[in-house]
Design a protein around this ligand. Structure first.
Ligand code: DOR
Length: 444
């Protein structure tokens, strides 16, 4: 691995944009200074005023391994991640088998070793009957405990009050939740089926997976966390109303945090007409007003973390009729370009992007030595050009599923270089072949 010297960068870090050079040595950030001199044998990259950011940490991806490798696997999806500026990911437990035992967790770490292009952590799933496994969990082995408080892909629903009380009262590490109230969804589905029969289509999804279903479940999660003092992070908030459950301002010191995902910030219910099942996901993409409120929530600090919920399904699966088509969309390759598009529109600032897709994720989940541009930290970096565009099409999708919901869109922002642990993994539109991903350390 050669040293890397990046010069003339506009470095975005800890709320400030500054002109700086940065040197990488032995996988770490060796120096950051207004000007760094050349050294023999190094790789020199002239950033020419482009943004230099800490690599993004996506805390919510589904890479489908083991058991669903026809959709995706750790090797393919981690490659797609690096193209999207993501240098670390936390993967979800709704695989087959689900990650609800220590053995299943160990199996995932073993599968990722030597195959992941980005750094990896795996969530541990709560089930109806794995209380003993949860109690024995090493807090350093996982970013947190995932609870599907609403049913989604996989059979992982946990909504019995006694089980939820047990999980929330005993958890020694962050609990992250998927919040949608399943009885509400089932009642809506029955009513909509009776009314529309075979005419049911993707645009009905936000009426079935309704705003009320989200509100009820998110409110319950917040109540439980307050009652039991749980560290709670609610994933993929999708409605304006839920925002009132979260406090504005900086994340530091909060017991309850919230997340928004790029699809809920980039699409709204008008897009079902052209994209149909391609944007069917749980929680559903809702109204333009919800989307605008979520963006305001990010700016106010009610939303602390930005992520993807990257959830690949094959084209053939998505082309089935609405009721059969699985929920979820592949997003990880588009994360930074889509966030830069929101910056170009004036919806977010580049400092907010770095705060919520890098710094806050590292702090919330105690990721050691990453998420910031600091001397001594791991060299996970992204060089991005806000003046260039990413023309998204299915042909360029690196995810095994081979498509993107952003296909046909031109996003104002492009990932030119991604460095993981000091190795260049993505450069000028191509993977380099390096596979430097490491297991993440959770410093607790
Ligand atoms: O749309 C979704 N797809 N939401 C989830 O919660 C799960 C995900 C999947 O795994 O496909």
């Amino acid at each position: 691995m050669s040293d890397i010297r990046i010069t003339n960068a506009r470095m975005v870090n800890e709320g400030v944009v500054s002109e700086a050079d940065l040197r990488v040595r032995d996988g770490r950030i060796d120096a950051i200074a207004p000007q760094l001199d050349a050294r023999a044998g190094e790789t020199h990259i002239d950033a020419a005023g482009r943004y230099l950011l800490p690599g993004l940490i996506d805390d919510q991806v589904h890479f489908r391994e083991p058991g669903l490798e026809h959709k995706a696997d750790i090797a393919t999806e981690s490659a797609a991640a690096t193209a999207g500026g993501v240098t670390s990911f936390f993967e979800m437990p709704n695989t087959r088998p689900p990650t609800v035992t220590a053995a299943a967790l160990a199996d995932k770490y073993a599968r990722a070793a030597g195959r992941a292009r980005a750094n990896y952590g795996f969530f541990f799933g709560a089930s109806r009957d794995n209380a003993a496994e949860l109690a024995a969990l090493d807090p350093r082995s996982t970013p947190g405990i995932k609870v599907f408080m609403g049913a989604s892909t996989g059979d992982m629903l946990v909504d019995e009050p006694a089980v939820l009380k047990d999980i929330f009262s005993r958890a020694t590490l962050p609990v992250v939740t998927h919040c949608e109230d399943t009885p509400t969804i089932e009642a809506n589905a029955a009513a909509w089926r009776a009314r529309h029969g075979d005419e049911l289509a993707a645009h009905h999804h936000p009426e079935i997976r309704s705003a009320d279903a989200c509100w009820q479940s998110s409110q319950l999660a917040v109540d439980l966390a307050r009652k039991h003092g749980t560290q709670l992070h609610i994933l993929h908030i999708s409605t304006a109303r839920e925002l009132e459950l979260f406090s504005p301002g900086p994340m530091q010191g909060k017991q309850i945090t919230a997340e928004a995902c790029i699809h809920h910030l980039s699409f709204d219910d008008r897009d079902y007409a052209s994209l149909g099942n391609r944007i069917k996901c749980n929680p559903a993409i809702k109204s333009a007003e919800d989307r605008a409120a979520l963006l305001a929530g990010v700016r106010e600090g009610r939303i602390d973390i930005l992520a993807t919920d990257h959830a690949p399904h094959t084209r053939a699966e998505k082309e089935q009729p609405y009721l059969q088509a699985p929920a979820g969309l592949p997003l990880v390759q588009d994360l930074l370009p889509a966030l830069l598009e929101l910056v170009a529109r004036g919806e977010l600032t580049i400092e907010q992007v770095v705060e919520k897709a890098c710094h806050n994720v590292a702090e919330r989940f105690a990721v050691a030595g990453r998420g910031f541009l600091r001397e001594g930290y791991c060299a996970d970096l992204v060089l991005a050009d806000p003046a260039a565009t990413t023309d998204v099409d299915d042909a360029h999708a690196l995810s095994k599923c081979g498509w993107s919901p952003f296909a046909g869109r031109s996003l104002r922002g492009r990932v030119d270089l991604t460095v993981v642990n000091g190795e260049i993994v993505w450069r000028d539109g191509a993977l380099t072949g390096a596979i430097p991903g490491e297991r993440l350390c959770f410093d607790r």
